[in-house]
Design a protein around this ligand. Structure first.
Ligand SMILES: [Zn+2]
Ligand SMILES: [Zn+2]
Length: 138
């Protein structure tokens, strides 16, 4: 079983997850733009039971997702790195690929492309969805 580890940039918070993510996405929604200060968030979708914080206690911020269910954002209160978003509607964490010690993952799809700014960049040869793939809960 493979273990993936990551941390915020000051090192106060560390996390890990087991096994490979069930999905890896570039998300261009307005919320991810605000969160990252860029056109997208590179999220690795990790089932809740596979993810844990191993050092420090992150701060959090909660909003209602498109489904009406809560999304909890976890970040470091010292260096402000955004570490992950807990998507309660889907029972998974969207973990920041950028925060991994070794990120060898690549995006499998682009989502919320209809919210992207005009200057956004999209990866080549990856399916692009206006919102989510049909049948996927947000
Ligand atoms: Zn930090
Ligand atoms: Zn998003």
């Amino acid at each position: 079983m493979e273990k993936h580890i990551g941390s915020c940039r000051c090192g106060d918070i560390e996390f890990c997850f087991d096994n490979d993510p069930i999905n890896s996405t570039f998300c261009y929604c307005k919320d991810c733009q605000a969160l990252t200060g860029s056109d997208k968030w590179f999220g690795l979708w990790v089932p809740r039971e596979n993810f844990s914080f191993t050092k420090g206690i992150p701060s959090s911020y909660t909003r209602s997702g498109d489904s009406g269910k809560e999304v909890h954002y976890h970040f470091c209160s010292i260096c402000s790195t955004a570490l992950c978003a807990e998507i309660t509607a889907g029972n998974f964490y969207s973990v920041s690929a950028t925060s991994l010690k070794n990120n060898n993952f690549t995006p499998k799809m682009s989502i919320y492309a209809s919210s992207a700014p005009s200057w956004a960049t999209f990866p080549n040869n990856v399916p692009k969805f206006d919102i989510l793939p049909p049948g996927m809960a947000g």
